[in-house]
Design a protein around this ligand. Structure first.
Ligand SMILES: [Mg+2]
Length: 198
Protein backbone atom coordinates (compact mmCIF):
# COMPACT_ATOMS: atom_id res chain seq x y z
CA UNK A 1 0.00 0.00 0.00
CA UNK A 2 1.20 3.48 -0.89
CA UNK A 3 0.18 6.72 0.76
CA UNK A 4 0.73 10.28 -0.46
CA UNK A 5 1.03 12.85 2.32
CA UNK A 6 1.22 16.59 1.73
CA UNK A 7 3.55 18.59 4.00
CA UNK A 8 2.20 22.07 4.79
CA UNK A 9 -1.05 22.15 6.75
CA UNK A 10 -1.16 18.35 6.87
CA UNK A 11 2.05 17.51 8.77
CA UNK A 12 2.56 20.98 10.21
CA UNK A 13 0.71 24.18 10.99
CA UNK A 14 2.10 26.37 8.23
CA UNK A 15 -0.83 28.75 7.80
CA UNK A 16 -0.93 29.54 11.52
CA UNK A 17 2.76 30.49 11.32
CA UNK A 18 2.06 32.67 8.27
CA UNK A 19 -0.71 34.45 10.20
CA UNK A 20 1.86 35.40 12.84
CA UNK A 21 4.34 36.51 10.16
CA UNK A 22 1.81 38.68 8.34
CA UNK A 23 0.93 40.37 11.60
CA UNK A 24 4.58 40.96 12.43
CA UNK A 25 5.63 42.10 8.94
CA UNK A 26 2.62 44.14 7.78
CA UNK A 27 0.53 44.67 10.90
CA UNK A 28 -2.33 42.72 9.35
CA UNK A 29 -4.48 40.69 11.68
CA UNK A 30 -6.09 37.86 9.72
CA UNK A 31 -7.09 35.07 12.10
CA UNK A 32 -6.38 31.56 10.86
CA UNK A 33 -10.08 30.66 11.03
CA UNK A 34 -10.88 33.45 8.60
CA UNK A 35 -8.45 32.34 5.88
CA UNK A 36 -10.86 31.83 3.02
CA UNK A 37 -8.28 31.42 0.26
CA UNK A 38 -5.45 28.99 -0.25
CA UNK A 39 -3.63 31.77 -2.10
CA UNK A 40 -1.80 33.73 0.61
CA UNK A 41 -1.87 37.00 -1.30
CA UNK A 42 -5.67 36.83 -1.42
CA UNK A 43 -6.05 35.40 2.08
CA UNK A 44 -4.13 38.28 3.61
CA UNK A 45 -5.00 40.95 1.02
CA UNK A 46 -1.35 41.75 0.24
CA UNK A 47 0.25 43.81 -2.52
CA UNK A 48 2.49 42.00 -5.00
CA UNK A 49 5.60 43.25 -3.16
CA UNK A 50 4.30 42.25 0.27
CA UNK A 51 3.42 38.82 -1.04
CA UNK A 52 6.92 38.26 -2.47
CA UNK A 53 8.45 39.48 0.79
CA UNK A 54 6.23 37.15 2.81
CA UNK A 55 7.09 34.10 0.70
CA UNK A 56 10.83 34.78 0.97
CA UNK A 57 10.60 35.19 4.74
CA UNK A 58 8.26 32.20 5.17
CA UNK A 59 10.73 29.94 3.33
CA UNK A 60 13.72 30.90 5.46
CA UNK A 61 15.18 27.98 7.42
CA UNK A 62 14.36 29.32 10.90
CA UNK A 63 10.74 29.82 9.87
CA UNK A 64 10.38 26.41 8.22
CA UNK A 65 11.97 24.69 11.21
CA UNK A 66 9.66 26.45 13.65
CA UNK A 67 6.39 25.14 12.23
CA UNK A 68 4.50 23.09 14.79
CA UNK A 69 3.56 19.51 14.06
CA UNK A 70 -0.12 18.89 13.42
CA UNK A 71 -1.16 16.70 16.37
CA UNK A 72 -0.96 12.97 15.63
CA UNK A 73 0.78 13.27 12.25
CA UNK A 74 4.07 11.61 13.14
CA UNK A 75 2.48 8.89 15.32
CA UNK A 76 -0.01 7.93 12.62
CA UNK A 77 2.58 7.83 9.86
CA UNK A 78 4.94 5.74 11.98
CA UNK A 79 2.12 3.27 12.63
CA UNK A 80 1.66 2.97 8.88
CA UNK A 81 5.40 2.44 8.36
CA UNK A 82 5.37 -0.28 11.03
CA UNK A 83 2.54 -1.98 9.12
CA UNK A 84 4.74 -2.04 6.00
CA UNK A 85 2.92 0.78 4.25
CA UNK A 86 4.97 3.05 1.96
CA UNK A 87 4.53 6.71 2.75
CA UNK A 88 5.81 9.52 0.51
CA UNK A 89 5.73 13.17 1.40
CA UNK A 90 4.84 15.11 -1.74
CA UNK A 91 5.28 18.80 -1.02
CA UNK A 92 4.66 21.89 -3.12
CA UNK A 93 7.66 23.51 -1.47
CA UNK A 94 10.54 24.28 -3.86
CA UNK A 95 13.74 22.25 -3.98
CA UNK A 96 15.64 25.07 -2.26
CA UNK A 97 13.83 24.11 0.97
CA UNK A 98 14.64 20.40 0.66
CA UNK A 99 17.42 20.21 3.28
CA UNK A 100 15.51 22.22 5.86
CA UNK A 101 12.28 20.33 5.19
CA UNK A 102 14.20 17.06 5.51
CA UNK A 103 15.62 18.26 8.79
CA UNK A 104 12.12 19.12 10.10
CA UNK A 105 10.93 15.61 9.20
CA UNK A 106 13.99 13.99 10.82
CA UNK A 107 13.49 15.87 14.08
CA UNK A 108 9.78 15.00 14.15
CA UNK A 109 10.29 11.22 13.98
CA UNK A 110 9.86 10.95 10.20
CA UNK A 111 13.42 10.04 9.30
CA UNK A 112 12.72 7.12 6.97
CA UNK A 113 10.14 8.76 4.75
CA UNK A 114 11.03 10.00 1.27
CA UNK A 115 10.35 13.65 0.52
CA UNK A 116 9.60 14.96 -2.99
CA UNK A 117 9.36 18.61 -4.04
CA UNK A 118 6.71 18.85 -6.75
CA UNK A 119 5.28 21.95 -8.42
CA UNK A 120 1.64 21.42 -7.41
CA UNK A 121 0.51 25.00 -7.13
CA UNK A 122 2.08 26.72 -10.15
CA UNK A 123 1.74 30.46 -9.77
CA UNK A 124 -0.75 30.23 -6.94
CA UNK A 125 1.84 30.20 -4.18
CA UNK A 126 5.00 30.94 -6.04
CA UNK A 127 8.42 31.78 -4.66
CA UNK A 128 10.31 33.45 -7.51
CA UNK A 129 13.19 31.46 -9.00
CA UNK A 130 11.95 28.11 -7.65
CA UNK A 131 12.81 24.70 -9.01
CA UNK A 132 11.43 21.29 -8.08
CA UNK A 133 12.95 17.83 -7.72
CA UNK A 134 10.07 15.66 -8.93
CA UNK A 135 9.07 16.08 -12.57
CA UNK A 136 5.43 15.84 -13.65
CA UNK A 137 6.36 12.80 -15.71
CA UNK A 138 7.90 11.01 -12.72
CA UNK A 139 5.00 12.00 -10.47
CA UNK A 140 2.55 10.31 -12.82
CA UNK A 141 4.57 7.08 -12.61
CA UNK A 142 3.86 6.94 -8.87
CA UNK A 143 0.84 5.00 -7.64
CA UNK A 144 -1.07 5.74 -4.44
CA UNK A 145 -3.95 4.09 -2.57
CA UNK A 146 -4.58 6.98 -0.19
CA UNK A 147 -3.71 10.66 -0.16
CA UNK A 148 -3.71 13.28 2.60
CA UNK A 149 -3.98 16.78 1.13
CA UNK A 150 -5.45 20.14 2.19
CA UNK A 151 -5.25 22.13 -1.02
CA UNK A 152 -8.03 22.04 -3.64
CA UNK A 153 -5.40 23.25 -6.14
CA UNK A 154 -3.66 19.87 -5.85
CA UNK A 155 -6.76 17.71 -6.43
CA UNK A 156 -6.15 17.70 -10.19
CA UNK A 157 -3.07 15.56 -9.57
CA UNK A 158 -5.35 12.75 -8.33
CA UNK A 159 -7.56 12.52 -11.42
CA UNK A 160 -5.53 9.70 -12.98
CA UNK A 161 -6.09 7.44 -9.94
CA UNK A 162 -9.86 6.76 -9.76
CA UNK A 163 -9.45 4.25 -6.93
CA UNK A 164 -7.48 6.66 -4.78
CA UNK A 165 -9.08 7.61 -1.47
CA UNK A 166 -8.37 11.25 -0.76
CA UNK A 167 -8.50 12.45 2.82
CA UNK A 168 -8.93 16.21 2.70
CA UNK A 169 -7.44 17.78 5.79
CA UNK A 170 -10.14 20.19 6.93
CA UNK A 171 -8.86 23.77 6.79
CA UNK A 172 -10.72 27.11 6.56
CA UNK A 173 -9.63 27.66 2.93
CA UNK A 174 -11.02 24.35 1.67
CA UNK A 175 -14.41 24.47 3.43
CA UNK A 176 -16.25 26.14 0.58
CA UNK A 177 -14.77 23.76 -1.98
CA UNK A 178 -17.07 21.05 -3.24
CA UNK A 179 -15.14 17.79 -3.04
CA UNK A 180 -14.60 16.37 -6.54
CA UNK A 181 -15.90 12.84 -5.96
CA UNK A 182 -17.14 10.15 -3.60
CA UNK A 183 -13.59 8.99 -3.02
CA UNK A 184 -12.90 12.28 -1.21
CA UNK A 185 -13.48 12.56 2.55
CA UNK A 186 -13.09 15.61 4.72
CA UNK A 187 -11.04 14.81 7.85
CA UNK A 188 -10.78 17.08 10.83
CA UNK A 189 -7.69 15.46 12.36
CA UNK A 190 -5.13 12.64 12.17
CA UNK A 191 -7.27 10.42 14.41
CA UNK A 192 -9.95 10.42 11.71
CA UNK A 193 -7.39 9.81 8.97
CA UNK A 194 -5.90 6.88 10.88
CA UNK A 195 -9.32 5.17 11.10
CA UNK A 196 -9.92 5.50 7.35
CA UNK A 197 -6.74 3.69 6.32
CA UNK A 198 -7.61 0.03 6.62
MG1 LIG B 1 -0.70 21.67 2.07
Amino acid sequence: MNIYVDFDDCLCETARAFCDLVKEMFGKNVPYEEMRYFNLQMAYDLTEEQYDELLVRGHEPEELLSYKETPGASDTINEWINRGINVSIITGRPLSTYEVSRSWLDTHGLRDIPLYCFDKYGRENFLKGSSYGLSVEDYYKMKFDYAVEDSPSAFKFFDHLPQLKVMVFDRPWNRSCELPGENYRRCSDWETIKKLVV
